[in-house]
Write a protein that binds this ligand. Structure first.
Ligand SMILES: Nc1ncnc2c1ncn2[C@@H]1O[C@H](COP(=O)(O)OP(=O)(O)OP(=O)(O)O)[C@@H](O)[C@H]1O
Ligand SMILES: [Mg+2]
Length: 228
């Protein structure tokens, strides 16, 4: 009998995370089981301190769980060494953060091209692709600006273009509209919807904002480090 191929991009089983601060242990995640299929659009919603960013850092291979299994695209993350992990992250994951995390000394175009440089993409190709991405997010007229010469909404659009530069399978956004006014917030959420439809990227948005949850097809609620 033929087995149906699994479409899960993310499979977490019994994940826990405890931070250690000297003698003090801070347990944050407890027995998290979660499956996210390739191409899904998911919101992870919970109050401040519930463990959302901790979970996102694990999903993005920025941090390792204390116990449990994380399979990303069929690979057991726990078995990878640091180099393999950063390679996996660089090829598969794009990040968008609340405070943009753009490099202030680089132009908009250079910021978007940088992750491709890390992946060894040749200069003409990465510039061409960075321009294309910036046009796609409506910033075709801002290539040579620096981050501090942009509005908050524009900065977040640069960050989104950068996150997509290596054509990731997984786009993770942690409170992406937290620093934006209502108009820029709407534009950013609309852009995420559009990019999700166009590229089929698996999109996971972490937020405490219930109105983002309302417009997202699948909502996962987290409280005190447990999926509800
Ligand atoms: N590096 C760390 N060392 C110790 N404790 C930590 C560390 N990072 C987070 N914590 C604690 O873990 C808990 C969850 O933090 P986390 O950042 O995951 O919450 P969050 O849901 O993202 O909150 P917010 O909505 O405010 O961003 C918090 O109580 C926090 O103090
Ligand atoms: Mg957080």
């Amino acid at each position: 009998m033929q087995q149906r191929p699994s479409t899960a991009l993310i499979e977490l089983t019994g994940i826990s995370k405890t931070y250690h601060m000297g003698e003090v242990s801070v347990p944050v995640l407890h027995g998290v089981d979660l499956t996210i299929d390739a191409g899904e659009h998911v919101a992870i919603v919970g109050r401040s301190g519930s463990g959302k960013s901790t979970l996102m850092n694990i999903l993005g291979c920025l941090d390792q769980p204390s116990t449990g299994s994380y399979q990303l695209d069929g690979r057991e993350v726990d078995t990878l060494d640091d180099d393999e992990l950063s390679d996996l992250r660089g090829r598969m994951v794009g990040f968008v953060f609340q405070s943009f995390h753009l490099l202030r000394n680089l132009t908009v175009l250079q910021n978007v091209a940088l992750p491709m440089e890390y992946q060894g993409v040749a200069t003409p190709e990465r510039h061409a692709r960075a321009k294309e991405l910036l046009e796609r997010v409506g910033l075709g007229h801002r290539f040579d600006h620096r981050p501090n010469q942009l509005s908050g909404g524009e900065r977040q659009r640069v960050a989104i273009a950068r996150a997509l530069s290596n054509q990731p399978s997984l786009l993770l956004a942690d409170e992406p509209t937290g620093n934006l006014d209502s108009k820029a917030r709407e534009a950013t959420l609309g852009l995420f919807d559009e990019l999700h439809k166009q590229t089929g990227v698996t999109l996971v948005v972490v937020t405490h904002d219930d109105s983002i949850a309302e417009r997202t097809p699948r909502v996962i609620r987290i409280a005190d480090g447990r999926i509800q």
